[in-house]
Design a protein around this ligand. Structure first.
Ligand code: ADP
Ligand code: ZN
Length: 724
């Protein structure tokens, strides 16, 4: 017997099947989709069995499989096929496509450190009657087991393990084991709300139209999550499973709790707060069909569920569904459509601010458009005040306008809560010299360092490089360093000095990086232990607090100033999302947006909650500039250590593209926004095209041509989420 194995090295040169002989002792255990250990050159590698046959296809002498890693299939037939489609569509290696589908615990490096936990049980062997020579301790165990029937290891903690072992050896006791999952879901009561007429209408549309793709455009607080749960419930009753994708940032304990209160143990929630072992346990519950609803971020789209009925993609406009680095650069929405087709399932994408691409498709009738235009509480969307900071800064010194300060005081007096958004963590964005203008940059990346006051360090937010905050300018040797810009830490300090009695909670990457902190912060705020929740975009998404009546945006301009054709769209959706956190229940809400660009259409229209006008205005701009959704984009990232070598190759690539693609515009090569990252230089070439057929074959050729050149790396990104 011959097995075809794909080894775990993501390198285009070895990304194909290698044949191995299956020794007699493994013949029973070899299955397609399990992992094996094989000799490879002078290494021993893990690999996936992709084919099994009786005859080899080469004249070469084959080596033998050394061991079998899994007893159960880890990649089922559907996922094996899906990997091949992904490989084609993303031009990455097949092995990298399989690797993203599996939990980290199954990566070769982690294999030994993560194990399955078991509970052990003992019963009496009735066939055994020869019990003459047992000691007192052993007799004690026997008596207990006889009395109870089955005894668990925990119940025997006082008893010596040696006696227990001996009884098993003597065949007096039979040991059995059952998997012990590290996470425990309470089997809580079934909680369900009566849907509004509008909600029920959306549910009916979805369940009455099988195998469709829907876009649900529903304002914040319109009860989209309730709609999702009702649809999932419908499919559960038909014996079908569901996947719910949410951006990691809104995969909050609050969100998971809502699903758990309704579906109890039938859910598996996969999020970054879990350890590698916990994720592994969740994955195995899914494999064994013990969990029927999977909630998770991007990679949960690969959950090995069988018989899927519906795939829901919440906050569908979020760029987190696109993996932009490393390969494979896939979009979970594309994968959702492929899997839905395989299962005969529907896809439901929801958002209060749908991406232009999705809305354009819905308007063309490619997706079915569904709407929720009212908030469940019957209240209007909150009032939004735009404050022109050009004027406000003349009157006040700090980063707060009088308008925002008045609103905060008012809210504090009424004992209501406040959410403040500042889209940048740290203390100040950068440190520079007042004398010569020198700014501190990361030595590995082409990026200014951010000052963190609590640790008094300058840190790189890309590679993690850290440096003690210097007192002297390394360039002109003057001691005149100055912090510019603004971060969450700095604003927290300013707030504390203005409102010494207010209780302020900060939520950003730094305060939530420890396990469990995210959950704790949200819980403390919900319980009313704090008045103000100050944070980065983490506070904008998915949170639902009764008592929040004021949302303040301290700097609406940060996302507007990012050099990306989507910056207006991203600003509009961020402002709409964060404004939607206010006044969600019985109390009226209010929003204050501070900006230096008060006349910008994205900011003005967000303040009026006018998505459709924004859509029309932005579409006109995209059309004029030939951007998506009128054209598709593809970016070629050319990177390497030697910047002049890769630049010359980039020019060659560009010439070849221009020569061969008459109907496609070719831009670049230009240095990436972050030109140097971790000591690797990066150039981009951008293609604007109408039809993938125009460019695909040529890109395959280019990638093939460079796969033997280890001084240069070519990565292809179709429909990139960011222009970096
Ligand atoms: P969205 O996801 O559209 O922002 P949610 O699903 O979070 O909205 O709903 C907003 C709030 O309204 C939540 O507190 C939710 O529990 C509540 N809610 C949703 N639907 C109903 C309903 N039919 N009856 C009562 N409350 C509801
Ligand atoms: Zn760096």
């Amino acid at each position: 017997m011959i097995a075809g194995v794909l080894v775990e090295i993501s390198n285009k040169n070895v990304d194909r099947i290698f044949e191995y002989i299956v020794p007699q002792k493994f013949i029973e255990n070899i299955k397609i989709g399990i992992r094996v250990l094989v000799p490879f050159g002078n290494m021993v590698l893990e690999g996936f069995v992709l084919t099994i046959s009786n005859n080899k296809t080469t004249d070469k002498e084959l080596r033998e499989i050394m061991d079998v890693v899994d007893s159960e299939v880890v990649l089922n037939k559907e996922l094996l096929e899906l990997g091949k489609v992904m490989q084609k569509e993303t031009l990455s290696t097949l092995i990298s496509c399989y690797q993203v589908m599996l939990p980290k615990a199954l990566k070769a490096k982690n294999g030994s450190s993560v194990s399955i936990k078991y509970d052990y049980f003992y019963t009496f062997n009735n066939k055994k009657d020869n019990l003459k020579r047992v000691g007192a301790k052993q007799q004690e165990i026997i008596d207990l087991v006889r009395k109870k029937g089955t005894v668990s290891r925990q119940e025997l903690t006082d008893i010596s393990l040696a006696s227990l072992k001996r009884l098993i050896e003597l065949d007096v006791l039979i040991e059995s084991k059952k998997e012990h999952y590290r996470l425990d879901y309470d089997d809580v009561e079934y909680e369900k709300k009566d849907l509004t007429f509008e909600q029920q209408n959306v549910v009916n549309q979805v369940i009455n139209n099988f195998c469709n793709t829907f876009l649900l455009y529903g304002v914040t607080g319109s009860g989209k999550t309730e709609v999702y749960m009702e649809i999932i419930d419908y499919y559960l009753k038909l014996g079908k499973t569901s996947i719910v994708l949410v951006p990691e940032i809104s995969l909050t304990p609050q969100m998971i709790n809502r699903f758990q209160r309704r579906f109890g143990k039938r859910i598996a929630a996969i999020h970054s707060g879990l350890s590698v072992s916990e994720k592994y346990d969740e994955w195995r519950r899914i494999c064994k069909a013990e969990a029927e609803i999977v909630i998770g971020a991007r990679s949960a789209i690969f959950a090995p569920l069988k018989n899927i009925g519906i795939i829901i993609i919440d906050e569908e406009h979020s760029d987190s569904y696109k993996q932009s680095d490393p390969n494979p650069r896939y979009n979970a929405k594309d994968i959702a459509l492929i899997r839905a087709k395989y299962h005969g399932a529907s896809v439901l994408m929801g958002s209060a601010t749908p991406s232009l691409e999705s809305m354009a498709r819905a308007k063309k009738g490619v997706y079915k458009l569904l709407e929720l235009s009212h908030r469940v509480n019957g209240k209007a969307l909150p009032d939004v005040n735009i404050v022109d900071m050009n004027k406000a800064m003349k009157r006040s010194k700090g980063h707060f306008s009088e308008e925002l300060l008045d609103s905060i005081s008012d809210c504090l007096n009424k004992k209501e809560q406040i959410i403040l958004l500042l889209n940048r963590r740290g203390y100040a964005s950068f440190v520079s010299c007042k004398n010569c203008g020198y700014t501190f940059k990361c030595p590995n990346c082409d990026i200014t360092l951010t000052y963190h006051k609590s640790s008094n360090t300058l840190r790189c937010h890309y590679c993690g490089y850290g440096d003690r905050n210097p007192v002297m300018c390394p360039s002109c040797k003057e001691a005149s360093l100055n912090s510019l810009g603004l971060g969450t830490e700095k604003v927290e300090e300013e707030l504390k000095s203005i409102y010494p009695h207010a209780k302020i909670l900060r939520m950003d990457y730094d305060t939530t990086s420890r396990k469990g902190m995210h959950k704790k912060i949200i819980e403390q705020f919900r319980m009313g232990e704090y008045d103000i929740l100050l944070g980065t975009r983490m506070v904008a998404k998915g949170l639902d607090f009764d008592n929040v009546t004021l949302v303040g945006v301290i700097n609406a301009d940060t996302s507007l100033n990012i050099p990306d054709f989507r910056s207006s769209e991203n600003t509009f959706s961020l402002l709409s999302q964060v404004a939607g956190r206010s006044g969600r229940n019985s109390k009226e809400g209010h929003v204050v947006i501070q900006t230096f660009n008060p006349d910008h259409y994205a900011i003005k229209l967000a303040s009026k909650h006018d998505y459709l006008s924004f859509y029309n205005e932005e579409m006109a701009i995209r059309k004029k500039l030939s951007y998506p959704p009128y054209y598709y984009l593809c970016s070629l990232r050319i990177s390497g250590k030697d910047s002049s070598y890769i630049y010359n190759e980039a020019l060659k690539i560009k010439r070849s593209l221009m020569r061969n693609l008459k109907t496609v515009s070719v831009l670049g090569p230009s240095s990436a926004t972050i030109f140097k990252l971790n000591n690797i230089y990066r150039y981009n070439i951008i293609l604007k095209y109408k039809n993938i057929q125009e460019i695909y074959n040529l890109l395959v050729k280019i990638v093939d041509h460079y796969k033997v050149d280890n001084k240069i790396k070519i990565d292809i990104d179709f429909n990139p989420s960011q222009m970096v």
